[in-house]
Design a protein around this ligand. Structure first.
Ligand SMILES: *[C@@H]1O[C@H](CO)[C@@H](O)[C@H](O)[C@H]1NC(C)=O
Length: 260
C-alpha cells in the first residue's frame, strides 16, 4: 500500500505544475482590430521601394512578407522595420473571403498614404484615423481570398526574426551621409543611432531623415566607420568598423551582429 503522504506530495506537485503551465499558455495576447488590402502584384514587384527607403526588399531581408501602414500606424516612419502578426478577423469577415486559423507576420516597409478624395469606408482605407495594412499580395493571400479585396483583421506587434546580421547601405553624398539600416531583429525599429570614424574617439549622433534613413552632416566619406544603435526595446549594439575604409556611396555592408 502506498503511504498516503507520498500520494499527497505527488498530487501537490501535479497541481503546482499544471497551474504554472496553464498560466504561461494563457498569458493575455493583445490583438487589435484593423482592415487589410493588398498591393504590388502576385510577385510583389510593386512593393519594392517604399516610404521606409529599404529599396529592394529581398536584399533588405524582408522578401514578400511586407506591408504599407496607414498614417496612424506608420507613425512618421518610426514603425519602419517593425513586425506585425496578422489574422483574418473571422467574426467580422465575409466567410467566403477569409482564411481562418492562419496568421502571417509582415514587416512594415511602406506608408499607405491617405486619399482624401475617397470616403473612409469606400477606397479611403488609409485615411485618418483608420488602422490599415496594405499588404504585399503574397502575404495577404495567406489570410484572405483574392476576390474579397479587403478583409477585417486582428493584429499584434511581435518580435522580428531575421536571418543573419544587421545591414547598412550607404547613400547620400559628402557632408550628408545617409545610412539605411536593414534586417533588424527584435523590436525591428530604431530609437537612436550614432556614427564614429576610425580616426576619432567621438560618437556623433545621427537623426532620422525619413523612414529607415539615418543622417549625419559630417564629412566621413571613405573612412572606416562604426555605428552604435539602440532599438526601440532598449537593446544597444556597437557595430565596430562595419564599414570598411574606401567605401563608396551605394555600397551595402553586412554585420555579423544581430539584436535578440
Ligand atoms: C474596417 O472597415 C469597416 C468598413 O469600412 C469599418 O466599419 C471598420 O470600422 C474598420 N475597422 C477598423 C478597426 O478601422
Amino acid at each position: 500500500m502506498a503511504p498516503a503522504p507520498a500520494i499527497a506530495v505527488a498530487l501537490l506537485a501535479l497541481a503546482c505544475c499544471w497551474v504554472a503551465v496553464t498560466a504561461a499558455d494563457t498569458a493575455p495576447i493583445k490583438w487589435q482590430r484593423a482592415n487589410a488590402t493588398f498591393y504590388g502584384g502576385a510577385d510583389a514587384s510593386g512593393t519594392m521601394g517604399g516610404a521606409c527607403g529599404y529599396d529592394n526588399l529581398y536584399t533588405a531581408g524582408y522578401g514578400t512578407r511586407t506591408a504599407a501602414l496607414s498614417t496612424v500606424l506608420f507613425n512618421d516612419g518610426a514603425s519602419c522595420g517593425q513586425c506585425y502578426k496578422i489574422a483574418c478577423d473571422r467574426k467580422r469577415a465575409d466567410p467566403a473571403f477569409c482564411k481562418p486559423g492562419v496568421t502571417v507576420t509582415i514587416t512594415a516597409t511602406n506608408l499607405c498614404p491617405p486619399n482624401d478624395a475617397l470616403p473612409n469606408d469606400n477606397g479611403g482605407w488609409c485615411n485618418l484615423p483608420r488602422p490599415h495594412f496594405d499588404m504585399a499580395q503574397p502575404a495577404w493571400e495567406k489570410i484572405g481570398v483574392y476576390k474579397g479585396g479587403i478583409i477585417p483583421v486582428m493584429y499584434q506587434r511581435v518580435p522580428c526574426v531575421r536571418k543573419g546580421g544587421v545591414r547598412f547601405r550607404m547613400v547620400g553624398h559628402d557632408y550628408f551621409n545617409v545610412v539605411i539600416v536593414m534586417n533588424v531583429a527584435g523590436a525591428g525599429s530604431i530609437k537612436s543611432m550614432d556614427i564614429k570614424s576610425s580616426d576619432s574617439n567621438d560618437w556623433l549622433s545621427m537623426s532620422r531623415n525619413w523612414g529607415a534613413n539615418w543622417q549625419s552632416g559630417s564629412y566621413l566619406t571613405g573612412k572606416m566607420l562604426s555605428f552604435r544603435i539602440t532599438i526601440t526595446d532598449g537593446q544597444t549594439i556597437e557595430f565596430n568598423n562595419v564599414v570598411t575604409g574606401g567605401w563608396k556611396f551605394g555600397q551595402t555592408f553586412a554585420s555579423k551582429l544581430q539584436f535578440k
